[in-house]
Design a protein around this ligand. Structure first.
Ligand SMILES: Nc1ncnc2c1ncn2[C@@H]1O[C@H](COP(=O)(O)OP(=O)(O)OP(=O)(O)O)[C@@H](O)[C@H]1O
Length: 722
């Protein structure tokens, strides 16, 4: 490997050195001195005590006792996520029916951390320690005291309980005076921990703004904000109360409202960083070659590879599996597993299973595995240096998923996936010079590069009317806000006073999907095609149901033609779903038809969950059998804003969006590629050399006027009906 790889510059051990100084991600000053086997045999209590955060237990508990907001910064693997909630419980913060909540930005991390903490506490998952993620609640009322949940779920819970009073689970008599009041106040004291705040997910940012607001009303609500790399100072400034808002009576109760920062020193095991000597041209190919080299030359230990999305992960899984089958020489003993959010639960959980003796597990993942996860066997990490990120342009109202370079903070998180239970190595598929001089230090907060539509609807559902005046840790652009209000108004989710409409606005807010998809589902209930539309919504929620990859494009395109519907992709999805169902949900059927079996299992899961929600909010579940005209109408009711028409004299399939006149093309993966019907609606855009529409359906333009007369103004109607 020496020809290809350059180790990061060596530094003496013993002190945490910032990697900018020396080009080495220093995991020196390592807390663990034990070998992996020693570590493996240590009792759970011993393991817990060896974590760097343990030395800070008393300090943390003191700060939480005396401060409204505590910001804890510590290296990856120092024990923040798994230990701090347990310390709080041990110190009595869960006594008297209270609940300690700890949020994570990612679903997989929530499940993994909850089961680890349950194991450490020796309890059954779902009892004292539980978790809640979208569509899944594994907690027990009156029994669960430690609850892990996604930041998105906590936000949704706030819609029903804006002051989060349920986290105290006890009645309160607020009128009692004097010492009794203190007793009542005691009941209110509970802790919410926002973990991995450095990821700056939209939901975490909204929570930060909301919790700051709640704290003004309920300062006895304690907040812990924890992260590996957060810019602690700016977070602390955000929570600093402005003078006029300070409430001296809280300080009389011994509580200081000003935030405090605690820095936890010490890291996990050493991780040796290696950089590519030359810039890499093709990171998929480079990742595959690196895995094969590791397998050939390095001692036992599993490998975790970070790529960007389902396409390149599936491609590299296939390349590695081909290698295993054809040459067998270098690759026997490899077990290759994909990991991305489009996989079903069962498939995702495979990555936690232990490889059989003599085998090496290779997990190829998106950044879903970047934070909080401990995958026990991982010794080697391969980092492509890229991830798929959302970028939104409020002027064109186009949100793209773009493959973009990661930040140094992300690179450190990725490296940190090795070295959690024993020393490890990280292979970065970029040069050291690039890491030091060209990578940004932190990523851009998601809120500043996303459409605000979902965010606005959530805030509205929380009763926050002055959205433009909301206190954000990082402000979204005014254009994005205005654009979101405009879209929600046109979907008739907001009324003339920018309040949620009844029932549509409230129903849309209840469905945890993009409001356009939610509106499509609500319309389908009225049109009598909700069974079909819910299937379509479930398919749209996974990245792709097709198997694609190098060398199989022709076969996969031919297979797709077997299901292709003249109406477009949405109806094609219904044909695939029907075929899958009729085959008895068979994996062989999927294999034969180039359909991604994992993705179809996920579709089944999401579909069931959506049906449950639809019933709960009073929608009628009904099938339209073969009447695809109503299906198109329902899609139009949600996605009318994405209507496009083919340019009259276009010979290369150029469309223009009706609103904004943006130039767009049908994506080659669509069944309507090269068919080029006159009028279409798309579900999303991807941008490569051009703006491509993904998941496209033909429409009758008169349906646009029917679905959104206010949106497509009269002056456009002549053009529409031309
Ligand atoms: N499932 C697990 N199996 C074995 N060890 C684990 C597991 N989960 C956690 N650990 C041990 O606990 C340590 C601390 O994990 P924890 O997730 O609490 O750290 P953290 O500081 O929150 O890191 P990060 O910011 O990366 O999430 C790990 O480095 C590992 O040694």
């Amino acid at each position: 490997m020496s020809q290809f790889w350059k180790p990061g510059t060596e530094r003496p051990q013993g002190r945490v050195v910032d990697d900018e100084e020396g080009g080495v991600l220093f995991l020196s000053g390592s807390h663990h001195s034990s070998s992996s086997s020693r570590y493996g045999y240590a009792s759970i209590d011993k393991q817990r005590q060896r974590l760097p955060v343990f030395k800070y237990r008393t300090a943390i508990l003191y700060l939480v006792e005396t401060r409204a907001t505590t910001i804890i910064v510590g290296e990856t693997g120092s024990g923040k996520t798994t230990q701090i909630p347990q310390y709080l419980k041990e110190a009595g913060w869960a006594a008297g029916g209270r609940l300690i909540a700890c949020t994570q930005p990612r679903r997989l991390a929530v499940q993994a951390v909850a089961s680890r903490v349950a194991e450490e506490m020796g309890v059954k998952l779902g009892e004292e320690v539980g978790y809640t993620i979208r569509f899944e609640d594994v907690t027990k009322p009156d029994v669960t005291v430690l609850k892990f949940l996604t930041d998105g779920v906590l936000l949704r819970e706030m819609m029903d309980d804006p002051l989060l009073t349920k986290y105290r689970n006890c009645e309160l008599d607020v009128k009692v005076p004097g010492r009794a009041f203190e007793h009542e106040l005691e009941k209110l004291r509970h802790v919410i921990m926002l973990d991995e705040a450095h990821e700056r997910s939209i939901s975490t940012d909204i929570l930060l703004g909301l919790l700051k607001k709640i704290q003004r009303r309920r300062p006895e609500l304690r907040l812990i904000i924890s992260s590996a790399t957060i810019e602690a100072k700016s977070m602390s400034d955000f929570f600093r109360m402005r003078k006029k808002r300070r409430e001296p009576e809280n300080e009389e109760h011994g509580l200081q409202v000003e935030p405090v920062i605690l820095s936890v020193e010490g890291r996990g095991f050493n991780v040796q960083i290696n950089y590519s000597e030359e810039p890499v041209q093709d990171y998929v190919q480079a990742a595959v070659s690196t895995v094969l080299l590791i397998h050939e030359r390095e001692p036992a230990g599993d490998v975790l590879v970070f790529l960007t999305g389902q396409d390149d992960i599936d491609a590299s899984v296939q390349l590695l599996n081909d290698e295993v089958q054809t040459t067998g020489k270098h690759s026997s003993g490899l077990i290759v597993l994909p990991l991305y959010s489009g996989l079903s639960r069962a498939e995702q959980e495979l990555v936690f299973s232990q490889a059989p003796r003599g085998k090496r597990k290779v997990i190829i993942s998106t950044n879903i595995a970047e934070t909080s996860l401990t995958l026990e066997g991982i010794v080697y990490v391969v980092d492509s240096g890229f991830s798929k990120q959302r970028f939104y342009n409020p002027i064109s109202d186009i949100e793209n998923l773009v493959v973009a370079p990661i930040s140094r903070a992300s690179a450190r998180q990725r490296a940190g996936r090795a070295g959690r239970v024993r020393p490890g190595k990280c292979y970065r598929l970029y040069t050291e010079e690039y890491f030091l001089n060209h990578m940004s230090n932190e990523g851009i907060p998601e809120i500043q590069r996303s459409s605000m539509v979902s965010c606005v609807i959530q805030l509205k559902a929380l009763g926050i009317d002055n959205i433009l005046g909301f206190d954000w840790p990082a402000s979204p652009s005014t254009e994005a806000m205005i654009r979101a209000l405009e879209i929600l108004y046109s979907l008739r989710v907001l009324d003339d006073d920018a309040k949620l409409t009844s029932p549509t606005g409230f129903q849309v807010a209840e469905i945890p999907l993009d409001p356009m998809v939610s509106k499509m589902i609500i319309a389908s209930s009225q049109l009598g095609c909700s069974e079909e539309i819910i299937t379509i919504a479930a398919v749209l929620s996974v990245q792709s149901i097709w198997i694609s990859g190098r060398g199989i494009q022709k076969e996969s395109d031919e297979a797709k033609l077997r299901f292709a519907a003249a109406e477009g992709d949405h109806v094609t999805f219904l044909n695939v779903y029907k075929g899958f169902h009729q085959s008895g949900k068979s994996s062989q059927w999927c294999h034969k038809n180039y359909v991604n079996y994992h993705a179809m299992r996920k579709v089944l899961e999401v579909r069931e969950q959506l049906k449950r929600i639809a019933k709960r909010i009073g929608l009628v579940l009904k099938s339209c059998e073969s009447d695809m005209q109503v299906v198109r109408k329902a899609v139009t009711a949600g996605f009318f804003a994405n209507a496009c028409h083919l340019e009259e004299y276009s010979h290369n399939g150029m469309y223009k969006t009706l609103r904004g006149s943006q130039e767009v093309y049908i994506h080659p993966s669509s069944v309507l590629f090269r068919v080029n019907p006159k009028w279409v609606i798309y579900n999303s855009l991807v941008s490569t050399d051009r703006q491509y529409m993904r998941n496209v359906i033909t429409i009758d333009p008169s349906c646009l006027l029917e679905a959104a007369p206010h949106f497509y103004q009269l002056q456009q109607s002549n053009h529409l009906l031309r």
